[in-house]
Write a protein that binds this ligand. Sequence first.
Ligand SMILES: Cc1ncc(COP(=O)(O)O)c(C=O)c1O
Length: 415
Amino acid sequence: MSGRLAIDGGKPVRKKPFPPRIMLDGREKTAALRVIEKSMTGPDAIDMFGQGPEVEAYRAEFAQRIGTRFAAAVSSGTAAVHTALAALRLEPGAEVITSPITDPGTVTPIVMINCIPIFADVDYATLNVTADTIAAKVTKHTKAIIPVHLAGQPCDMAPIMKLARKHKLTVIEDCAQAHGSTYHGKCVGTIGDLGTFSLMGSKHMTSGGQGGMVTTNNQALFWNAKRFADRGKPFNSRSKSNIMLGLNYRMSELEAAIGRPQLKKLPGRIRKRRTLLKKLQKALSPLQAHRPWTIIDETETNPWFIPLHYDRSRMTVSKAKCAAAIGAEGIRIAAHYVTPMYRHTWLRQRASYGKSQYPWNGAGKRKIAYEGSCPEAERAYADYMTLYFHEGFEDDYIQDIAAALAKVEGAYLKR
Ligand SMILES: Cc1ncc(COP(=O)(O)O)c(C=O)c1O
C-alpha cells in the first residue's frame, strides 16, 4: 500500500478501534455470585475473602491442566516467583540466574529473599536465555535459575535442565507469559522444579485482575510454598506454631471462583492465538525490514505479544520513528519491550534495604558488574518492537497490521 503516511497527515490504514479483549462472561459472573451468595446465607456461609473450596478446587484443576502434582494459589505472578524462591530456603547472598529481558516481577523477589540476581544473556533471535548463556554465568555461588518463557515461547529447556542437574541448581520456570505453551509436548511449568504463573488481567487467563500460581511435582517444595504464602503456618507439620518466615500471599475465594472458568477457556484461547500467529507470520512474510521473532522447533508457543524485529540497516528512520508511524496508522505497537533489567535505577544503585546495598554488600561479597553484561539483550532491546496481540483479533486486524507495516516500510525503506 502506498500513500501519505498518517503520521504526516495522510489517511490511516485502520480507523476502527483496536479489537476489544473480553475476558469474562456469564460463567465468571455466575461463579463470583456463587461465592458472594454463599457468604450471605445461613449455615454454609464462608468467608469470601478467605481460602476455602474454590481455592482448593482451582489449584487442583490448575495442577491437572498444567500437568503437575501440586499447585499453590497466590495473589500475583510476582508473589508466585517470591513464593517459589522462598520455598528453596536459600542462604542470603546466593546467586540466582535469570533473564535481563523480563518483567520486574521476576527479579525483585530475588532481592527480597536476600539473594543476588545475575543476568544471563539472551539469544538474539528468540529473546530467551539458553543453556550456553546461563553456563557463562554459573559460579560456585549459583543456587537457582529462573528461565523466563518470554512472550509465550518456551526456552530450550532440555539443555537448561541438563546444565542445572550438572551444577545441582534448582530451576524455577517463569511462565507468567506462557500459559499452556508446550516444550517437547510438556506444558511449561512442569519441566523445572517449580513453575510460576501470573493470573493478572492482561495474561492468557486471569483470576479476576490479580493472581498467581506456583506449580511443582515436589511435595516438600509445595508445602514450603504453601507455608511461605500464608505467614509460615505449619501446614503438613506437627508444629503448633508457625514454622517459617512468610507473607500473606493467599488467593481469595472470589479470585479462585473467577479463575476456574478461565482455565476451561484456555485451550480455545491457545488455539485462536496460534492460528492468528500463523496468519500474521504469513501476512508479514513479504516485508523486508520487519519480521516476527524466531520460534524454536518442538515447541507450541502460546504467544502473549509479538516481538517484531526491525532491520534498521534497511530503513531510513529510527525504530522509534517507525513505531510511531505504524501507531499512527491505527496499529497498537510499542517501540520497545522493557529496558534490560540491570539498567533499571534500583538495580544500578543497588537500592534495596535502607542504604545497606544488601545483599550485594553482604558477607563474602563479590563484585557484580551488571552494566553491559548482556550485549545480545542490549542489541535486542534496540532492535525489537512490541506488537500487541490477543485472541480477540479477527482477520481484518491481521490484514491491517500487514498493510500498515507495508505502507510505513514502503515510505522509509532505503532505495
Ligand atoms: C515474565 C513475568 N514474570 C512475572 C510477572 C509478574 O506478574 P504479576 O504482574 O502478576 O505480579 C510478569 C508480569 O507481567 C511477567 O511478565
